[in-house]
Write a protein that binds this ligand. Structure first.
Ligand code: CAA
Length: 258
């Protein structure tokens, strides 16, 4: 039985982490299966957005599998950590937006997976937290690096060193999530955002994501120069020809042939 459920419709891939008996906690097998599913989705040229969610109505991902970690040696922990980093880097570097639809607990590695996504939508019952210090650990899948970039140092340190949890309204207030909706509307909301995205130019979106990603690690001057070159490069694309022509002909652009 697979720990991942994949569904493709209307140029949107929905990937569901399916281990509800452990609140979708991630062991090495789940990490590997999710990584393969993400790679498969983003390599498919017909896919313009990916939605990532958890099975059941209680949990997105309750973190790395604590029972499995309790048996790991340092060498095994390094391998497990690297596998997590590989997965989250694949999500973050995806050429299409990945939307986390957070349907409950997003703890430890669960918050970290959502942080690697480009957009986070939370159900009202979503709970975020980095409780690793309660286990004598630290966030090992990027939490010490990505959380600070999203919510700032003060809130990140409070969450990581305090090890407490925050509810969806607080997550919205500090900018950790884009929107909070009733649980029954979570996937509809995520699909609504994804549908809007897949109607736009895929090459332009890929380039915009690349500029945003690279800009985060550069000075403003370097980031602006990178953006300028990328902007000019797009003037040689069929996509730009179609987009501008469609505007002048007062019709919707047709970016996708599939
Ligand atoms: N690892 C392994 N199993 C987990 C798990 C996890 N992270 N989270 C939940 N489960 C399992 C429970 O052991 C339980 O299984 P059994 O019935 O076989 O005992 C099942 O899921 C249901 O969980 P609970 O009975 O605990 O459910 P609850 O509603 O009472 O509590 C909870 C829910 C508050 C999320 C609680 O399960 C919990 O605190 N889980 C751990 C959260 C956590 O600390 N996550 C961080 C992990 S460390 C990490 O992620 C490192 C990293 O940076 C990569």
């Amino acid at each position: 039985m697979s720990f991942i459920i994949k569904n493709i419709a209307d140029n949107i891939a929905t990937v569901t982490i399916n281990r509800p008996e452990a609140l979708n906690a991630m062991n090495m097998t789940v990490v590997g299966e999710l990584h393969r599913a993400v790679n498969e989705a983003i390599a498919n040229p017909t896919i313009g957005a990916v939605i990532l969610t958890g099975a059941g109505d209680k949990s997105f991902v309750a973190g790395a599998d604590i029972k499995a970690m309790s048996q790991m040696t340092k060498t095994e922990a390094l391998k497990f950590g690297r596998a997590g980093h590989g997965l989250l880097n694949a999500i973050e570097n995806a050429p299409v937006p990945v939307i986390a639809a957070v349907n409950g607990f997003a703890l430890g590695g669960g918050t970290e997976i959502s942080l690697a996504c480009h957009i986070r939508i939370a159900a009202i019952n979503a709970v975020f937290g980095q409780p690793e210090v309660c286990l004598g650990l630290i966030p090992g899948w990027g939490g010490t690096q990505r959380l600070i970039r999203l919510v700032g140092k003060g809130k990140a340190v409070e969450m990581i060193a305090g090890g407490g949890t925050i509810k969806s309204d607080e997550a919205l207030r500090i900018g950790l999530v884009n929107a909070v909706v009733p649980p029954a509307e979570l996937l509809t909301k995520a699909r609504e955002i994804a549908t809007r995205i897949v109607g736009n130019g895929p090459e332009a979106i890929r380039v915009a994501l690349d500029c945003i990603r690279r800009g985060q690690d550069r000075s403003l001057t370097d980031g602006l120069e990178y953006e300028l070159q990328a902007f000019a490069d797009l003037f040689e694309t069929a996509e730009m020809q179609e987009g501008t022509l469609a505007f002048m002909e007062k019709r919707p652009p047709e970016f996708r042939k599939d």
